[in-house]
Design a protein around this ligand. Structure first.
Ligand code: PLP
Length: 409
């Protein structure tokens, strides 16, 4: 190992985010590297959930007039500064996949009729691609994929909208938001950014970079809890522009007029569909309140330091065991380390989980280690690296019990 324990502990002592670990409830004895899949529970979430349950119990339907109804917008406004958006540009609602569908319809209704191609990444998160395909099935648009390394090749006068992740869910590759947005818009198309693996993990500058449309989820680095609602961002410049394709009663300008005619809300609220769950919003509110006090530049800096430390500790052993490190270089890295071992990747992850290093596996052969700087210390990263070394040295991944496939990997 290239560092001594004293050196690692000194890093933790100097860490401006050292105090944030105590703001989360984490089980003892595990090193948690799945903050890129499901963030940890803020300590305050318990009280927020309890209060929401109490409000339900004591206030019954009055709860809707005591903050429940406004939660999508209220939480959107808490999330906005974390994504570099202005107030009333973000709505917390439904999930990322549904919000993507809504944006595809919202955008394309006003585009030139000759623009009929929807572009999704060739190796992107499958749900983004499925939603684009499903949109095309029902609208007559044409679905195509593109290689994010050579986007301009796929753009043409028929490009309507391109969907791209700011951080690739597999490799952790960070994309250049400004350049890509300009590139597509110069060709007359629009871009929808998927912020699933960037929101909460680094500063995101939607307004500054001139981004018009984005979607995201809140259960990863935003720590909203399992299945917490997604969000949609629409710049003020392009709001109040007609229907979205999943128009429901709560997206109406006046939902309680119960009008049979649909009139879209003129605000971001037009992206609401039906009734949401105030219980789910309460846990997310706890986390978003906590995040208001965090400087995302500190988060970014620590994330890069953590992943560097981890990689330094395992580089040699990975080579010896034929594990390929596909993690991008630091300036192009999201908040994760990505290793590949085609034959034993799954079993290696299971063997690490048995040692308390909670990481995950994605086909084919991909081992992901997410770094959530708010609750992961330098010592955690260093210790986890030692566990990787021991697990590989003992060839624990060859054990029979680690070959058994679980439903969620
Ligand atoms: C990059 C990316 N896009 C889209 C999704 C789908 O999100 P949801 O299931 O909330 O719709 C995920 C989920 O993990 C994701 O990682």
């Amino acid at each position: 190992m290239p560092y001594t324990l004293d050196e690692i502990r000194a890093m933790d002592q100097e860490d401006p985010l050292a105090h944030t670990r105590s703001l989360f409830d984490l089980p003892e004895g595990c090193y948690y590297f799945c903050g890129n899949s499901l963030g940890a529970a803020p300590v305050t979430a318990q009280q927020y959930l309890f209060d929401a349950q109490q409000q339900w119990q004591s206030q019954l339907i009055q709860g809707w007039n005591q903050g429940w109804m406004d939660a999508p917008k209220r939480l959107g406004n808490l999330l906005a500064p974390l994504a570099g958006a202005s107030q009333d540009e973000v709505l917390v609602c439904d999930n990322l996949s549904l919000n993507l569908y809504k944006l595809l319809g919202y955008i394309t209704q006003h585009q030139n009729n000759s623009r009929k191609v929807i572009l999704a990444e060739d190796q992107g998160f499958p749900s983004d691609s499925y939603i684009c395909q499903s949109f095309c099935q029902f609208s007559g648009y044409e679905f195509q994929t593109f290689d994010p390394e050579s986007i301009s090749k796929s753009l043409g006068s028929d490009t309507a909208t391109l969907v791209i992740s700011q951080v690739d869910y597999r490799t952790g590759q960070l994309r250049d938001m400004k350049t890509i947005t300009r590139l597509v818009e110069c060709k007359g198309g629009e871009v929808i950014w998927d912020l699933a693996h960037s929101a909460g993990a680094m500063p995101v500058e939607l307004n500054n970079l001139g981004v018009k449309y984005a979607v995201g989820c809140t259960y990863k680095y935003l720590n909203g809890g399992p299945g917490s609602p997604g969000f949609v961002y629409v710049s003020k410049v392009v709001q109040n522009n007609g229907w979205q394709p999943l128009a429901g009663w709560l997206g109406h300008k006046q939902p309680f007029a119960f009008d049979q005619e649909y009139t879209p809300s003129e605000t971001i609220s037009t992206f609401r569909t039906g009734t949401h769950s105030p219980l789910a919003y309460s846990a997310l509110e706890a986390s978003l309140k906590l995040l208001q006090k965090i400087d995302l530049n500190d988060v970014r800096e620590k994330s890069l330091n953590l992943s560097r430390l981890f990689l330094d500790g395992i580089k040699e052993i990975c080579k010896q065991h034929g594990i390929e490190d596909i993690t991008p270089k630091p300036e192009q890295r999201g908040s994760q380390v990505a290793l590949i071992h085609n034959q034993h990747g799954y079993a290696m992850v299971q063997a690490l989980i048995a040692r308390g290093v909670i990481c995950d596996y994605r086909e084919p052969g991909l081992m992901r280690f997410g770094f959530a700087p708010l609750y992961l210390s330098y010592e955690d990263s260093w210790n986890a690296g030692r566990e990787v070394v021991e697990m590989l040295n003992n060839r624990e991944y060859e054990r029979k019990e680690f070959q058994v496939r679980q439903k969620v990997t």
